[in-house]
Design a protein around this ligand. Structure first.
Ligand code: NDP
Length: 436
């Protein structure tokens, strides 16, 4: 077994490696073909790191760190989001990029894995300051990306506004207009349904799993969705359309509880248009209770939970509360929101549990479809993209469920996803000579 102690100072990355390696089946670990690639697959191809110097509205210069981790391109161009958040560091970006290579393989589309971002915090900055930062960031990054090399997208702190500035800057500095970013606004060549894709995708995945394991669906279910950003918002919308009632959401300060159901348009306008805190919802809707901490969301009794905020937001104690309260399914919209201990508790209690690398792959899948449309100079209808998304989520579920069953562990979709993607990727690496 590989010694992971050299990653002790990269705790998030080390956790992602442990999760992957501990779930690989003995028949894979003992197979010489896979063993020879193991040490290679856990190291990124390259890490690009740079200073980003930008001006605030008073003309004062600030410096942030910028990064791009190009992890593995044996399944296609490097692909993965950019995150702007003060917590960003190389351990977090390596963990996200490593997860991304397996997630992208699961989509069945030809995409390798990458991730990037900066410790810049867009919160509290003016539009002009965000624009200055995005232009300065792209001035450093543009030589390393391109439609046939590396195609970044959004993530935490990088939404439609930031992608617009980043793509404008890319065109300015590179002189190209080649679809080297996805999640673009429609007028810059974006795809319909990309904004909705991750939140809709995790809901479609949940439907497949609920049908398979419990012969049920979302109608009449009480649902919790943590976060209130892009993924959480569109999960709220699709769950509601499919007959569920979202009774609680959160941001990094508070959770809200609303037994009558949370209205999509109220939260969308609050978070997307006005960029306010979720507790303000209590002033806009009836029967809303504001809970003092984001963590309080896991104490609310629900049938289904969608953790859609951030990594490690749900620990073993939270998992215990959800199980004791009768929760039957936990579907990750965020990347690794559940700790390994929480995930194991769900699995051993036969709560359906889906790892983010499978259930939140809808976003990158539609990014893949955005690249395809741009290359063909086509614009597909919302319905067409949404239907492709449904098919992809259904295929992901079936592939990993079948693998979990094959390994004799029906409720372990972590094993299912990791073994399925690992075997497929290693075969690609060997074919391309990348294991050498
Ligand atoms: P956003 O920046 O749009 O939203 C993040 C949300 O999470 C905000 O509401 C934020 O609140 C909230 N939040 C942050 N920390 C906590 C916390 N500790 N407890 C509760 N809420 C918290 O990001 P996205 O929605 O794009 O991304 C969310 C997750 O989904 C991330 O893990 C991301 O990597 C993953 N993901 C995103 C994809 C996409 O297409 N966008 C694709 C696949 C995965 P506040 O406003 O207070 O910061």
């Amino acid at each position: 077994m590989i010694d992971l102690s050299k990653y002790n100072n990269e705790p998030e990355f080390k956790t992602a490696l442990e999760e992957m390696l501990s779930s690989l089946d003995e028949s894979i670990l003992s197979n010489a073909k896979y063993q020879q690639v193991l040490e290679r697959i856990i190291e990124p191809d390259r890490i690009i790191s740079f200073d980003v110097k930008w001006l605030d509205d008073s003309g004062v210069e600030h410096t942030n760190k910028g990064y791009r981790v190009q992890f593995n391109n044996s399944n296609g161009v490097y692909k993965g989001g950019l995150r702007f958040h003060p917590s960003v560091n190389l351990s977090i970006l390596k963990f996200l990029a490593f997860e991304q290579i397996f997630k992208n393989y699961l989509t069945t589309l030809p995409m390798g894995g990458a991730k990037g971002g900066s410790d810049f915090d867009p919160k509290g900055k003016s539009d002009n300051e965000v624009k200055n930062f995005c232009y300065a960031f792209m001035k450093e990054l543009y030589p390393y990306i391109g439609v046939d090399l590396d195609v970044p997208a959004g993530d935490i702190g990088v939404g439609a506004r930031e992608i617009r500035y980043l793509y404008e800057a890319y065109k300015l500095y590179s002189g190209k207009n080649d679809c080297s970013l996805t999640g673009k606004p429609l007028d810059l060549g974006g795809s319909l349904c990309r904004t909705e894709a991750t939140g809709y995708g995790v809901t479609y995945f949940a439907l497949e799993a609920l049908k398979q394991y419990k012969a049920t669906d979302l109608k009449g279910k009480k649902v919790i969705v943590s976060g209130s950003g892009n993924v959480a918002l569109y999960c709220l919308k699709k769950v509601t359309e499919l007959g569920g009632t979202v009774i609680a959401m959160s941001d990094s300060s508070n959770a809200i509880y609303c037994p009558d159901g949370i209205d999509f348009e109220t939260i969308r306008a609050l978070k997307e248009d006005r960029r306010e805190r979720i507790k303000e919802c209590a002033k806009l809707a009836q029967n809303v209770t504001v809970l003092p901490s984001s963590k309080d969301i896991w104490s609310i009794k629900c049938d289904i939970a969608f953790p859609c905020a951030t990594q490690f937001e749900l620990d073993e104690n939270d998992a215990r509360k959800l199980i004791d309260n009768g929760c039957i399914g936990v579907f990750e919209g965020a990347n690794m929101p559940c700790t390994i201990e929480a995930a194991n508790l769900f699995i051993s209690n036969k709560v359906i549990y889906s790892p983010g690398k499978a259930s939140n792959a809808g976003g990158v899948a539609v990014s893949g479809l955005e690249i395809e449309q741009n290359k063909k100079n086509e614009h597909w209808s919302f319905e067409e993209v949404d239907n492709r998304l449904k098919e992809i989520m259904s295929t992901i579920f079936k592939n990993i469920y079948n693998m979990a069953n094959q390994l004799g562990d029906e409720y372990n979709l972590v094993k299912g996803a990791n073994n399925y993607a690992f075997v497929g990727l290693v075969d690609k690496m060997i074919k391309s000579g990348k294991h050498l």
